[in-house]
Design a binder for this molecule. Structure first.
Ligand SMILES: Cc1cc2nc3c(=O)[nH]c(=O)nc-3n(C[C@H](O)[C@H](O)[C@H](O)COP(=O)(O)OP(=O)(O)OC[C@H]3O[C@@H](n4cnc5c(N)ncnc54)[C@H](O)[C@@H]3O)c2cc1C
Length: 490
């Protein structure tokens, strides 16, 4: 690749936006295609945007247990998140519709909690990993009196006990990652889009002109793409970054990557509620809860946002939507507004988009009943639900590599539920892979094209329509029923 060469990026989620920004900065002639009208929806799920990246908030943390490659990547990202906030505040870079008062990162910490009596090994590894890397006193254990004093001296005691368990005579068990917090996801995507445009990347949005129809080939070389409007676009390199839609677009990812569903509820806190301050980011951190406890755990949540939305997610079971493809194979396909509108003869299994997995609903409500009973006491019920599609790999590592046997084609995908935090920097690594720069780094090796082999997968992929996580095989609950009560009983 030579500077000035044309590069096509398909998909303007986190991977596509970040890649476009860094490609443009390094002097490539970049065009990004996305079938969604992001200039209209402004990456807001509530205004119709439909992608994992289009959300109100996402957790940012640097602690990664023993996975120091992601810890370093997060440290790099968090420095950039602070810079993006400063750029906004200074007025130097303000996207249309945003102001210098907006922030894209809020440093309210991320606490990893569990029902264990002692600090679990993963949380201890987070403390050890960060201490070893010189980030002293950034990981504060609720079980360590010295750490509690450090938190108190910084005014962060409420972050150490977000569910006010001590008041109820319980001991919270967890580690607060004080380097973390949350991205304001939609605004962060808008800022990245704006920065990429300023760096001269071009964006073609829309269901026809922005939608990849097919790859163009000369022999085994990909020479660009054809879009739905029938136009051809040439490029020296094409990079597919289509999130949960990538495995269907590129069947070579079979066995490596799969679209899976996370379940999310939003409650709306009225401004006059006593919970407005209590669940606001000044007092409430982002949290994960029993992340390694199988189907009864895997919860996470956020402070209420500026519109009052209080979001809790469940990923203890990630569901699939296997749909038979033209080659006869079943592949999980995001069942979203977009897929339903498009359908193309394929029938997503969920009857309606608003149907919500009953199991997810029960686990979330049981958790809220026990840990945030104030929501029920205040009569705050679920305002809306969402099924949001991950792109999981069998080992939770991303896939950033050239596609074997197809010259001129790369993928940047496999976010596996943790890539949003790298919006400011992951593209720099994608461009390094494209340019073959220092490709023996641990993270880049982990992201290579790979097959499962004899190891045990972290995520079982491609269980198909017989799998017990397939949406067709689980109980779904109507949104109206989910909304009825914040209580666990349904
Ligand atoms: C429920 C949930 C919670 C998460 N929480 C966190 C978190 O707290 N912290 C964190 O760091 N990460 C989190 N993640 C992960 C993070 O959101 C994802 O890793 C990241 O957003 C994935 O970005 P992406 O670019 O791969 O995909 P997406 O954001 O899905 O973007 C893919 C884009 O491709 C476009 N596209 C698809 N097909 C075509 C086509 N044929 N032509 C043109 N365009 C096309 C789509 O329109 C879309 O814009 C979470 C993910 C989910 C699902």
């Amino acid at each position: 690749m030579e500077k000035g060469d044309s590069v096509i990026v398909v998909g303007a989620g986190v991977f596509g936006l970040s890649t476009a920004l860094h490609l443009a900065r390094r002097g490539y002639n970049v065009t990004v295609f996305d079938r969604q009208a992001y200039d209209e929806s402004q990456y807001s799920y509530l205004q119709g945007a439909d992608a994992a990246s289009a959300d109100i908030n996402k957790i940012i943390r640097s602690a990664y247990g023993g996975q120091t490659e992601y810890q370093s990547l997060s440290t790099e990202a968090i420095a950039a998140w602070h810079e993006w906030n400063e750029e906004l505040a200074s007025g130097r870079t303000v996207p249309p519709g945003m102001t210098s008062k907006d922030r894209v990162f809020i440093a309210n910490g991320n606490i990893s909690m569990s029902t264990d009596e002692e600090l679990p090994p993963w949380e201890q590894a987070c403390i050890d990993g960060m201490e070893k890397a010189g980030h002293h006193n950034t990981q504060l254990a609720t079980t360590d009196p010295r750490h509690c004093e450090v938190a108190a001296s910084r005014g962060q005691s409420s972050y150490m006990d977000p569910f006010q368990q001590r008041r109820r005579g319980q001991n919270p068990v967890g580690v607060l990652d004080t380097t973390g917090g949350m991205a304001i996801a939609d605004k962060a995507c808008r800022l990245a889009l704006h920065k990429a445009r300023e760096a001269s990347a071009k964006f073609i949005f829309g269901a026809q002109a922005g939608c990849l129809q097919s790859l163009k080939f000369k022999g085994n070389r990909v020479t660009g793409i054809e879009t739905r409007d029938g136009k051809s676009h040439q490029a020296a390199m094409t990079i597919l970054a289509c999130g949960g839609w990538t495995p269907v677009l590129l069947p070579e990812l079979d066995g490596l990557c799969e679209a899976t569903a996370g379940s999310v509820i939003l409650m709306k806190i009225p401004t006059n509620s006593p919970l407005w301050d209590r669940l606001g980011p000044q007092q409430f951190p982002t949290f994960t809860f029993n992340m390694r406890a199988g189907s009864q755990g895997g919860l996470y949540g956020f402070p209420r946002n500026e519109d009052g939305y209080f979001k809790v997610g469940y990923r203890g079971t990630k569901y699939t939507n296997p749909v038979r493809q033209s080659d006869g194979k079943e592949r999980s396909t995001p069942a979203t507004r977009w897929s339903v509108a498009e359908r193309d003869g394929a029938q997503p299994v969920g009857e309606r988009l608003t149907d919500f997995p009953l199991q997810a609903c029960q686990v979330i409500k049981t958790f809220l009943d026990e840990y945030l009973p104030e929501l029920c006491e205040e009569n705050i019920s679920i305002a809306t639900t969402r099924i949001c599609w991950y792109t999981d790999t069998f080992d939770n590592h991303f896939v950033i590599d050239r596609v074997p046997r197809k010259q001129g084609l790369m993928v940047a995908t496999g976010g596996s539920g943790h890539a949003f935090k790298y919006l400011p920097n992951i593209g720099n690594w994608v461009v390094d892979v494209m340019e073959n720069v220092n490709t023996d780094r641990k993270a880049i090796k982990a992201w290579r094209w790979r097959a499962l082999g004899s190891g045990k997968p972290i995520n079982n992929v491609m269980e198909g329509s017989q799998g017990e996580r397939a949406l067709g095989n689980i109980a779904l609950s109507k949104e109206s029923v989910v909304k009825q009560s914040a209580k666990a009983a349904l």
